[in-house]
Design a binder for this molecule. Structure first.
Ligand SMILES: [Mn+2]
Length: 351
């Protein structure tokens, strides 16, 4: 295949805000700071601030437990501010009315969600009644045409969250899409769990991302070998690299250490096996694995900061949502607090 276009994307800094009395003010301040950093026009900054404040107030009033995440991303090379809201219930039982301002005033999380949806350039939400809601609102840095170029490229997004008490995260991800001249659409994705947590684990993750960037157009096995060389002398990491070729319907992957990876299709998930070892310390004999990728299937890879005991059947409707919402909802439902957490999700473009 001869890639003629594509883009790289990777984990960046995520500002996590836990629920407390000051969450709305803190979220607003942080949103304004990030929005200005990417050159957003003042009027648009004010709108983003309003949406973020609304989301924070909603969580504070109605959620049992929850968090907001704010970050700068660049999906397909276009800078944006992203707001994610996660909660563990009660959740919205009626999304339809929740999206209509003033209709669902009866103490659900839906209050004001219509306002957030209207302000955002991209809005998506998934709710599990009684269990939790994940909401995404994206604000482009610059006004521009609605549809993105190359909209038939695969979609990929991830999310990381440090262990409680740490500022930096040892889990990280990176992805590179390929848009071949022969019409192929593929994405190569890395999930990396730097051993332990804190700055040294984060450093291993940084080195892994740099090596991944440098390793374009290689097979997953060769990328893992390159990562192994780059991570010598570091903490070491568990890493899975997978190349999902949506045109040919196949995933090729290579995993070393404890990263969970699945192809999810319908109510089933097929695990992508990894080999024992530590990237940077001890590499086993690598061999390629191939797994079928049915139309509509989604690739999910996450660290052990999420329990791997989730089931697609328990998450109805989730795997048709935006990859960011899939990642956020899975983190909310399966995340553990005693470790760094990282997840990345890739899917074919939806026509
Ligand atoms: Mn871990």
């Amino acid at each position: 295949m001869n890639p003629v276009s594509g883009y790289e994307t990777e984990a960046g800094d995520v500002v996590w805000l836990r629920l407390d009395v000051a969450v709305a003010a803190a979220a607003r301040r942080e949103a304004a700071r990030l929005a200005r950093r990417i050159g957003m026009a003042p009027v648009r900054v004010a709108e983003a601030e309003l949406a973020v404040t609304e989301a924070a107030t909603n969580l504070q009033k109605h959620a049992r437990d929850g968090a907001l995440a704010l970050r700068v991303t660049a999906p397909r090379g276009r800078a944006a501010l992203e707001l994610l809201s996660l909660d563990s219930g009660p959740g919205m039982t009626d999304l339809g009315s929740a999206l209509t301002d003033g209709v669902s005033g009866s103490g659900t999380l839906g209050v004001g969600m219509g306002a957030i949806a209207r302000f955002a350039d991209v809005f998506d939400v998934h709710s599990l009644p009684g269990r939790g809601t994940a909401l995404l609102a994206r604000f482009w840095a610059e006004d521009g045409p609605g549809p993105l170029p190359d909209s038939d490229e695969p979609e990929v997004a991830g999310l990381t969250r440090p262990i409680s008490g740490e500022e930096v995260c040892g889990d990280t991800w990176a992805a590179r899409t390929e848009h071949g001249s022969d019409g192929t659409r593929a994405v190569t994705v890395m999930m990396c769990d730097g051993l332990g947590h804190g700055p040294l684990a984060a450093l291993a993750g940084e080195r892994a991302r740099a090596a991944f960037r440098a390793g374009a157009h290689r097979s997953p096995q060769d990328v893992v070998r390159a990562l192994h060389a780059e991570l010598r002398g570091s903490r070491g990491a568990a890493i899975t690299v997978a190349r999902a070729d949506f045109s040919r319907g196949v995933v090729e992957h290579c995993g070393v250490g404890n990263v969970s990876a699945f192809v999810v299709g319908g109510e089933k998930r097929a695990p992508l096996l990894s080999l024992p070892g530590i990237v940077g310390h001890q590499l086993p004999a690598l061999r390629p694995f191939r797994t079928a990728l049915e139309p509509g299937a989604v690739l999910v890879m996450h660290s052990d900061g999420l329990s791997d005991r989730w089931s697609p059947a328990d998450l109805p409707g989730l795997f048709t949502r935006q990859p960011t919402v899939v990642a956020a909802q899975l983190l909310g439902q399966a995340g553990v607090r005693r470790d760094d957490a990282g997840i990345v999700v890739a899917r074919a473009a939806r026509g």
